[in-house]
Design a protein around this ligand. Structure first.
Ligand code: MOS
Length: 711
């Protein structure tokens, strides 16, 4: 019997539950006596509610209550700043006043005995507005530095950095690239829409919620209602994709809890696909100027990366758009600046590889433009600018396998057969293009706890309040536990997604394997040692049988001072082949090869799936995704799956090849993992647009690359 499970391609332990429909998602819980809530939303982006008439709705069949700002209970809305909340600003206060801050803001909740009657009731609420002028158009406002700069805490995440004399050196550089790259708003579109069921029992609240962080949901709703977080239980065993939309709570969670409190029965609120576009954040629209100065040989002399993004009027969401430009390539003169543009929109949020997905698109597009200007191979250009250390932090990398990634990926791709001349490669009538980009994402490791309970029958229950939005947390944690305990996989039952379990960090930022995995390993080690010591034998099954009662151990892990000594990131390289229809301008992605140095890989099968998911997400970003915002009123006319295009199976290339560099990085965390969830998406979009340039000779700097832009 082998118990070496870490590194094995174990199939999903929850796979059978999922394919047989027995996995229960938030909206699928059937809480006895539950009523249904439908949200009434504003039809202006900025102003005040002048009048609201809920009489007809209240008289409609099946309607139990209609909550508006006029009759909803006042909520304390205590301060709450979790790790994923914007540094500055205050979340939307739901139904607390007549203020409207964004299009489709919730302004009433109709609760009825059935979903259909709630939806019908919502259509009967009559609202008039006193609109105010504002703007939802990023080109009409002057971006500003985030407030945290003025609040004198730039060390948290500096918005502006400078080393050397970037402007001066750029002005006299032998070769220059100076361009602006634009990415429109993109929305998280997981298969499962967000939903919450709320049920009160006296002053205790249970929430069945779609979330990537059960404890944060409890903390935030506790702050909203002014009750202790211990009074709130959040249950979220399965998450049908999230990509960041479930990192924090949103108004519908508060509405469900409010509705349940007023009606004294459980209330379910589920968002429609259209509501998802206005309710759970999105990747913000970004505008990024990148200027590169280089020698004729192709050594970077100056990098200027000046980026801004949209945020709401009530919160300053800001993401790490320019961070990678500070260390990805070697350069003595670097200026980076990141600003925000406040608009009458709902707050954007983290979306897969937030910051890096967008920022690396800009810098890696510019690098490709520089390679073309110099007539140097794009891989060779990067090798000529490979840094010895993190030149921003002035720290060594804990490990950095970029060169190895380029070597492996170029070989597997067949890059040496590339004719560098644009429009030189064809497959019959199709123009063929080969492009590449680098990728990077920080290694995140946050405090986490886990518990292991060993039972007399030789099985184990291992638990932590983590989430699994799809990457396979259930499975990877089971592997780590089984290997550490020395038990067969089938004897280990992992549990997650419940605030009654030991606290885990946010299921995002690619930190779950590093954090929860290390906690699971530590708890299992402790429990095994305790059982063996108490049982007086070296055989765990024997020890447990002799003891005749469960042996429990809890472990907490947290990062040490590695972050002061090392710069810790995953790195990768992405290579893409596209075929472009010269007459219709349509682009097909034919092949993607990605190579990653991401530390230890716990489950190569699921990790490959993660990477394929990221590649397909990158295809969406490059070629399809665009939430169109009507600049007159902030509406998103394509807030549906007919008109907001996402890649489907037919868009996925027949070949997606994923390779991992074997990395043994003892510095990052006890398990030696860096995480792959986010880096899998980074670099894909620029590799595609760089390939389109190679195919067509046309440089497209505004995503998505739709046929009208190619022609
Ligand atoms: Mo990821 S954007 O941290 O869910």
């Amino acid at each position: 019997m082998t118990t070496a499970f870490i590194g094995q391609p174990v199939s999903r332990v929850d796979g059978r539950q999922k394919v047989t429909g027995r996995a229960t998602y938030a909206a699928e819980f059937d809480v006895p006596g539950q009523a249904h809530g439908a949200i009434v939303r504003s039809t202006v982006a900025n102003g005040r509610i002048a009048s609201i008439d809920s009489g007809a709705a209240e008289r409609a069949p099946g309607v139990i209550a209609v909550l508006t700002h006029r009759n909803a209970p006042r909520l304390p809305y205590r301060a709450h700043k979790g790790a994923v909340d914007p540094d500055f600003g205050e979340r939307l206060h739901v139904l607390q006043d007549d203020r409207v801050s964004h299009q489709w803001q919730p302004i009433a909740l109709v609760i009825a005995d059935t979903l259909e009657r709630a939806i019908h009731g919502a259509t009967l609420v009559r609202v008039t507005y006193a609109p105010e002028t504002g703007t939802t158009d990023i080109t009409r406002v002057e971006p500003v530095l985030p407030t945290r700069e003025q609040a004198d805490q730039p060390e948290r995440r500096p918005s502006e950095t400078r080393r050397g004399d970037p402007e001066g050196v750029l002005a006299s550089a032998e070769v220059k690239v100076d361009q602006t790259y634009v990415i429109p708003r993109e929305n998280h579109n997981p298969i499962e829409m967000h939903a919450t069921i709320a049920a009160w029992d006296g002053d205790r609240l249970t929430l069945w919620d779609k979330t990537q962080w059960v404890h944060n949901t409890a903390d935030e709703i506790a702050a909203v209602f002014g009750i202790p977080a211990q009074n709130i239980r959040v249950i979220s065993p399965f998450v049908g994709g999230a990509f960041g939309s479930g990192l924090r709570t949103w108004p519908h969670v508060t509405l469900a809890a409010l509705g349940a409190r007023v009606t004294r029965r459980p209330v379910k609120v589920m968002l429609s696909r259209r509501e998802m576009f206005y309710s759970v954040g999105y990747r913000p629209h970004t505008v990024q100027r990148v200027a590169l100065g280089a020698s004729r040989y192709g050594r970077l002399a100056a990098i200027l990366h000046d980026a801004y993004q949209e945020t709401s009027t009530y919160e300053e969401y800001s993401e790490s758009l320019v961070n990678a430009s500070r260390f990805l390539h070697s350069c003595p003169n670097v200026h980076t600046r990141h600003r925000i543009a406040r608009l009458n929109v709902n707050t954007p949020t983290y979306m897969r590889a937030p910051g890096e997905s967008s920022g690396v698109f800009a810098i890696e597009s510019a690098m490709d433009e520089l390679a073309a200007a110099l007539n140097v191979d794009p891989v060779e250009l990067r090798l000529r600018n490979e840094p010895e250390l993190d030149e921003f932090k002035n720290l060594p990398f804990s490990s950095r396998s970029t060169k190895e990634c380029y070597r492996i990926a170029t070989e597997r791709f067949g890059w040496s057969r590339r004719n560098p001349e644009p429009r030189s490669m064809r497959d019959g009538y199709w123009l063929i293009g080969w492009g590449m980009a680098s990728a990077t994402y920080p290694m995140n490791f946050a405090p986490a706890s886990a518990m292991a309970r060993l039972l007399p029958d030789g099985s184990a229950e291992v638990m932590s309040a983590a989430s699994d939005m799809g990457p396979g947390t259930w499975t990877s944690m089971t592997q780590v536990a089984a290997e550490t305990l020395g038990l067969p996989i089938e004897r280990v039952n992992f549990r997650l997604g419940d605030t009654r379990l030991p606290r885990a960090p946010v299921h995002g930022g690619s930190m779950t394997m590093a954090s929860v995995g290390s906690a699971v390993q530590a708890a299992c080690r402790k429990a095994r040692e305790a059982a063996l010591a108490r049982g007086g034998t070296n055989d765990l099954a024997d020890a447990l049988r002799r003891l005749g009662q469960p042996v429990e151990a809890v472990a907490d892990v947290k990062p040490g001072d590695e972050g002061q000594r090392f710069s810790m990131h995953a790195f990768g390289a992405v290579f893409v082949e596209v075929a472009v229809d010269p007459d219709l301008g349509q682009t097909r992605v034919r092949r993607i090869v990605g190579a990653y140095g991401a530390g230890r890989i716990v489950n190569p099968k699921m990790t490959r799936s993660q990477c394929i998911g990221g590649m397909i997400g990158g295809i969406g970003m490059a070629l399809m995704e665009h939430a169109v915002v009507d600049s007159r009123n902030g509406r998103v006319p394509n807030a549906n799956f007919a008109e907001y295009a996402v890649p489907v199976h037919a868009d996925a290339p027949p070949l997606m090849d994923v390779a991992f560099v074997e990395e043994h990085d003892p510095h990052v965390n006890p398990l030696g993992v860096k995480g792959v969830g986010e880096i899998a998406m980074v670099g894909v979009a620029p590799a595609i647009t760089n390939a389109i340039f190679h195919a067509t000779g046309k440089r497209i700097r505004e995503l998505p690359v739709t046929p009208d832009k190619v022609l």
